[in-house]
Design a protein around this ligand. Structure first.
Ligand SMILES: [Zn+2]
Length: 491
């Protein structure tokens, strides 16, 4: 049972894991678990153009754990390169993946046109690489989606048994129990935060020989939900007093719905003044429809509201902003208002022009409710940059920045250990985390008597093998050594 990670190895985006499983009769089968886009800065995004080190036509199937772009965003490239097999996922994942991929194609094409315009001034338009994919590629990809995964139901792919279970991360998210003649493996996908969010908690996993686990927040414990609500309320109250715009960059799926639901609850309870709320994300508005469709998966108060015909995602002052022209007009609106826009790491999308208009004003508040990759625009603001470059202009950071970690849809260390606690004595393989975070988690696992290994980028690992000394692949620098080298100008 071998795995080659072609994304989300020592980083948190680009999830893609190639499994090679022994089949009956001595042959092997290849399964691809997720096919995500790298996001969060130019260096990472350049990796989306790396060739696949396998022939897409050899895959028995692709299995998606959930519809976030960093788990599905390279699928159309796989299809462009000849993949024609089934893509198994849950029904909500199929619905959301279509929305996510169409949006991604649109951004690819817009980005390409913008790059060509810029390059033309330098006479270098021929050097601009084409978009990764376009809308037609997405249509061909969506035609391969097979929404046949149901929680607790086993699907047979050739002689491999795949049983998805609730992961509690976003609508439709699953982790996978994969059983071959050889062994039982769990692929965690992204696991939910049991403290927050709209999803029910993950289902405790059964015993397995190996677990490949995400580690986004494996080094910390989230605040309890009640404290997060107080922190969010206080940040909003303070922001209203400053009198300017309150910018909330947000991912379109799950986070946007969680924030809308929380704003409605706080406003209805009189905890936060009823100021206008602009939802400036057509994708979030579209994704919200799927929450109505699959309301059974949600926490009881949300599910009950939906059953009673209410809209739990609609604060009374909500304005949904459909067009880019209307998005520009919000900047002329006077007085405090909340603007919820994508994308979550501020690396693109409508949030950028709101930042350009407002980040330099001391009356503005930036309320960060999502993970920020260190190399992203959001990451640099969180780290205290005094000025940042947005859409070709240097903009001073004078806004009041609030970072609220408790909204995370990702498991924290306690959640991850709770997940592992029912999985027997598995060999634990760490993916989907920054190196510095995984370095904290390996000894924690060791303290519990579990062997934990950091999964290397690209190199094949034997999931049933002995692993690496001290959990580190040979030649991997420590996060500290790597960062020192980077700040000295090297790479
Ligand atoms: Zn995710």
């Amino acid at each position: 049972m071998k795995m080659q990670s072609l994304g989300a190895a020592c980083t948190v985006t680009g999830s893609m894991h190639l499994l090679t499983l022994d089949a009956v009769g001595g042959s092997t089968r290849q399964l691809l678990i997720d096919c995500g886009l790298f996001q969060g800065g130019e260096d990472l995004e350049a990796r989306n153009r790396e060739p696949f080190p396998f022939d897409p036509r050899d895959l028995a199937a692709v299995i998606l754990t959930h519809a976030h772009l960093d788990h599905v965003g390279r699928l159309p490239i796989l299809v462009k390169q000849g993949f024609r097999g089934p893509v198994y996922c849950t029904a909500p994942t199929a619905a959301l993946a279509e929305t996510v991929l169409l949006d991604s194609a649109r951004l690819q094409v817009e980005g390409y046109r913008q790059d060509v315009r810029r390059a033309r001034r330098q006479g270098r338009e021929d050097e601009v690489p084409p978009p990764l994919y376009e809308e037609e590629d997405v249509h061909r990809t969506v035609a391969l989606l097979r929404p046949q995964l149901e929680f607790g139901q086993t699907l047979q792919v050739a002689d491999i048994r795949i049983t998805p279970q609730r992961a509690g991360h976003i609508l439709g998210s699953a982790y996978l129990l994969i059983e071959s003649a050889q062994a039982r493996l769990i692929m965690s996908g992204d696991l939910g935060n049991r403290e927050s969010g709209l999803q029910l908690d993950f289902t405790p996993p059964p015993a397995a020989d190996a677990v490949v686990i995400e580690t986004t927040y494996a080094n910390r414990t989230h605040r309890i939900w009640a404290d997060t609500l107080v922190e969010f309320r206080d940040a909003l109250r303070e922001s209203v007093r400053l009198g300017g715009k309150i910018l909330i960059p947000s991912f379109a799926i799950e986070r946007a719905q969680t924030i809308l639901y929380t704003l409605k609850e706080l406003m209805d309870a009189g905890e936060v003044p009823r100021i206008p709320v602009f939802l400036d994300s057509p994708m979030a508005a579209r994704a919200t429809h799927e929450y109505f469709e699959y309301g059974d998966e949600l926490i009881p108060p949300v599910r009950e509201a939906l059953q009673n015909g209410e809209d739990p995602f609609r604060p009374s002052t909500l304005h949904v902003v459909p067009t880019a022209a209307e998005s520009q007009r919000i900047n002329r609106y006077d007085g405090p208002a909340i603007i919820l826009a994508g994308n979550g790491m501020m690396t693109g999308g409508r949030i950028q022009h709101h930042l350009k208009h407002h980040l330099w004003k001391p009356s503005t508040s930036l309320v960060i409710v999502s993970y920020q990759s260190p190399s992203s625009l959001g990451g640099r603001i969180v780290e205290g940059a005094e000025s940042v470059r947005i859409m070709g202009e240097d903009v001073a950071v004078r806004a009041k920045v609030h970072t609220i970690g408790g909204f995370s849809a990702h498991a924290d260390q306690d959640d991850l250990l709770a997940f592992l606690s029912t999985a027997g004595r598995p060999h634990v393989w760490l993916v989907h985390g920054e190196l510095s975070v995984m370095e904290v988690f390996v000894p924690v696992l060791e303290g519990l008597g579990l062997k934990g290994d950091i999964v290397p980028d690209h190199d094949t690992v034997d999931l049933l093998g002995a692993g690496f000394p001290a959990g580190r692949p040979p030649g991997l620098p420590t996060a500290e050594a790597r960062d020192t080298r980077r700040s000295a100008g090297g790479e």
